[in-house]
Design a protein around this ligand. Structure first.
Ligand code: E4P
Length: 217
């Protein structure tokens, strides 16, 4: 499974890219607002840092303006992926951008039918939002499993990008369910390698090694 980081903070992207397991970045208007920075500057800076896919979201709700915004965004760098809402206007824009060879990410997907439409529109990625479904007492992971099954039934190439990830369990469960990508906030990435038994085991190894009085170097 590929790991994207879900952030508009360039310092976080740099940190996780340096570990070598970052396969892309997703941003959204809320993350841009939180950064307090100019949207186009942030996307340019991220694309200067990494060659992998960087999702930049249109702000418009209508097809014509979405296409105009996509024109601006796609010129920033070849690795920009145009993020569109999973609405009829977003799907229409997806179809046209796909025909132009532009990569797309259909966001705010909350149902199997929306994912099916995204695949039929030729989307590169579809982003089912796990956490926001869990928030309203529905089962986000169930949606990932259903979409995986439907895409496999028909051989759709659209990648399932598990989004709205809130916990380490969301990451492992999405991997088990067959998501192609998970976009993960930095705080959750931080927790993935943590295990109390790893820490406890290391404490013991460090103490025992010290007692030998030896040095490898
Ligand atoms: C995905 O592309 C979105 O930016 C993100 O995962 C939304 O997560 P949230 O529901 O925690 O805001």
């Amino acid at each position: 499974m590929k790991f994207f980081i879900d952030t508009a903070e360039v310092s976080e992207i740099k940190k996780w890219a340096d570990y070598g397991f970052l396969d892309g970045v997703t941003t959204n208007p809320s993350l841009i607002a939180k950064s307090g920075r100019n949207f186009l500057d942030v996307i340019k800076e991220i694309c200067d840092l990494i060659d992998s896919p960087v999702s930049a979201e249109v702000a418009a709700l209508d097809h014509d303006t979405m296409m105009k915004e996509a024109e601006v965004l796609k010129e920033i760098a070849p690795n920009v992926v145009i993020k569109l809402p999973t609405t009829l206007d977003g799907l229409k824009s997806c179809r046209q951008l796909t025909a132009m060879g532009v990569k797309t990410n259909l966001t705010l997907c909350f149902s199997t039918n929306q994912a099916l439409l995204a695949a039929k529109a030729g989307a590169t990625y579809v982003s089912p939002f796990i956490g926001r479904l869990d928030d309203i007492n529905l089962d986000g992971m169930h949606l990932i499993r259903d979409i995986r099954r439907v895409f496999d039934n028909y051989g759709f190439g659209t990648e399932i990008l598990a989004a709205s990830i809130r916990t380490p369990n969301h990451v492992s469960d999405a991997a088990i369910a067959g998501a192609d990508v998970a976009t993960i906030p930095a705080a959750t990435l931080e927790k993935l390698a943590k295990h109390p038994l790893t820490d406890k085991g290391l404490d013991a190894f460090v103490a025992d090694w010290k007692s030998t009085g030896q040095s490898i170097l």
